[in-house]
Design a protein around this ligand. Structure first.
Ligand code: DDH
Length: 286
């Protein structure tokens, strides 16, 4: 479908501060939903491919099959469903704006940095615009070098560099893996509803060993209570990634600043309205 057929928000008709307040209320009922909202924002944006300029948060295509059924998106119905009453309360906001706004509100509510956010995303009207499966990262590619290469392939495709990759993955300070959704099991930190640089500190300061169980390969600390995915560990084994893990473990302010920039960039990948605006600013089309 063309952009014209898609629903675009009526400018000025939504009070985004009120929407923010409504999202905060949802989080206050169950703060475990905040990490899920953050992951929804990331998965709706992280399907972007810069070569074809497809995917990304514009369109909120995860409402539709096949995207909502991709294995990577298992469990995200929790966040989508939790936001449904907010959409009912503010019907003029697009889902694409609502989901990305929920991501930044979740980060803020969990004590993280303020992330710049602006409206303007449209909603697709069918699943025809869904990106293909396989654009989001797998947590394990069997070998260390394969896993490191996979992380780079996935994030370079969106247009990120090594520093931005490490900053973004710092989001694993919050939330849980769920056996029933991904096969993995457990939280990364002991404060899974506090946004902090704790993922990096745990990665460097704790002792990580392969969990002995009949689930997928994952790492645990000596207590077995907190975990790391192979892709998280890979950030400490690759020299270039490790530089940033060390920097962020030592300096939470720097992590917050870099995360905020990278997350705003992530949420704006492929958004037509912002791309048009940027073109106009360059003066070619005025
Ligand atoms: Fe993640 N993530 N993520 N992640 N992620 C999972 C949960 C959460 C990978 C795999 C998983 C990012 C990067 C990666 C969050 C945010 C972000 C789960 C568990 C898996 C598996 C899902 C479940 O069982 O429910 C991999 C692989 C990568 C990678 O980069 C290689 C990034 C960039 C972000 C971000 O927000 C910017 C959050 C939050 C969660 C916790 C969700 C919850 O329900 O709790």
């Amino acid at each position: 479908i063309s952009c014209k057929e898609a629903e675009t928000p009526a400018k000025g008709s939504v009070n985004y501060d009120k929407v923010r307040e409504a999202i905060v209320k949802v989080i206050e009922v169950d703060d475990n939903i905040a990490p899920a909202m953050l992951r929804l924002a990331w998965h709706s944006s992280g399907s972007y491919d810069k070569k074809t300029n497809t995917g990304g948060s514009d369109g909120a295509t995860m409402r539709f099959s096949p995207e909502k059924d991709y294995a990577a998106n298992a469990g995200l119905f929790r966040a989508r469903d939790a936001l449904e009453p907010v959409k009912k309360q503010f019907p003029e906001i697009t889902y694409a704006d609502l989901w990305t706004l929920a991501g930044v509100v979740a980060v803020e509510e969990m004590g993280g940095p303020k992330v710049a956010w602006r409206p303007g995303r449209r909603d697709a009207v069918s699943g025809q615009e869904c990106p293909p499966d396989g654009r989001l990262p797998d947590a394990d590619k069997g070998t260390l070098s394969g896993t490191v290469q996979h992380i780079r392939d996935i994030f370079y495709r969106m247009g990120f560099n090594d520093q931005e990759i490490v900053a973004l993955v710092g989001a694993h300070a919050v939330g849980h893996t769920h056996k029933q959704f991904s096969g993995y099991d457990g939280p990364w930190t002991r404060a899974p509803t506090t946004f902090s640089n704790e993922l990096f500190r745990e990665l460097l300061e704790n002792k990580w060993t392969l969990r002995k169980w009949n689930g997928p390969d994952m790492f645990e600390d000596p207590t077995g209570e907190i975990i790391m995915l192979p892709t998280d560990m890979a950030l400490t084994w690759d020299k270039e990634f490790r530089k940033y893990v060390e920097a962020y473990a030592a300096d939470q302010d720097r992590f917050f600043e870099d995360f905020a920039k990278a997350f705003q960039k992530l949420e704006e990948l492929g958004v037509r309205a912002f791309q048009e605006e940027a073109k106009k600013k360059r003066g070619w089309f005025s």
